[in-house]
Design a protein around this ligand. Structure first.
Ligand code: ZN
Length: 252
């Protein structure tokens, strides 16, 4: 069964065709949620890629949503670049180097967007997730993960090396990571009022940003104002109490 809708769009500068996929939400088997809000459906990030860099001419452009007439579902009659050529700007996402390259892309776009706060919020949030990708799956390093049988010993050992390298690089870039979180916090704070649909999610995001910045008292102060304790919130609170500042797996 095909789990995607395939769409096509053209680079506004050189007219090259690019092919992309949208995962059909009703076909998703497995969703993974991390504490920073990054969500994967069958391993694909649910947040749409709004910045596209053309693999033919390097021109980059903004796509707010993959809808017609901007995209078409009709296959062009000329050759096109497949998704891997432009997805994550063509970086090799599974390697530590690729993840760091992704951060560099976001830095570059940030400089180019000027004073657009909506775009800045989008980029800074994705940049946060990209930094966290370096350490996101650190839980797989632990022995209990090996004993869970999800990886063979050799795969686990190899993956462990990658996780450790990711962690080292993450710590090396920690000051920049915090700078980004500070700027992100300013963009999210006060953006929504309790009447807005996004309000509750934005409060959770603010708590998580404080926690990852190591500002546990600030995080706890907001947690104290929330009467409801979902699994998610309870987990964040327990990490705040333990004074842990890393991203963690919530569901998956
Ligand atoms: Zn182009």
């Amino acid at each position: 069964m095909i789990k995607y809708d395939t769409f096509y769009m053209q680079c506004p500068r050189c007219d090259s065709w690019l092919e992309g996929h949208l995962v059909k939400s009703e076909m998703v088997n497995k969703s993974i949620l991390y504490s920073d809000g990054k969500t994967l459906n069958d391993n694909y990030i649910t947040e749409p890629q709004k910045i596209i860099q053309c693999p033919a001419c390097s021109h980059w452009f903004w796509v707010e949503s993959y809808t017609e007439p901007y995209v078409t579902y009709e296959k062009p009659e000329v050759p096109y670049y497949n998704w891997n050529h432009w997805r994550f700007f063509g970086v090799h996402f599974n390697s530590v180097e690729g993840r760091l390259a992704l951060v560099e892309h976001y830095k570059q776009y940030l400089q180019a967007i000027g004073n657009d706060r909506d775009k800045e919020l989008y980029i800074r949030r994705l940049m946060w997730w990209a930094y966290n990708d370096l350490v996101r799956n650190n839980y797989q390093m632990h022995l209990d993960y090996l004993f869970s049988g999800k990886m063979s010993f050799n795969v686990w050992r190899k993956n462990r090396r990658k996780q450790k390298l990711g962690r080292r690089i993450f710590m090396k870039n920690h000051a920049e990571y915090i700078e980004n979180l500070k700027a992100l916090l300013l963009l999210v704070k006060g953006r929504y009022t309790p009447d807005d649909e996004e309000y509750e999610a934005s409060i959770l995001e603010i708590i998580e940003i404080y926690r990852e910045m190591g500002k546990y008292d600030e995080a706890q102060k907001i947690l104290n104002t929330i009467p409801r304790r979902t699994h998610y919130i309870a987990h964040i609170e327990s990490e705040v109490k333990k004074r842990h500042d890393f991203v963690f797996l919530v569901v998956g």
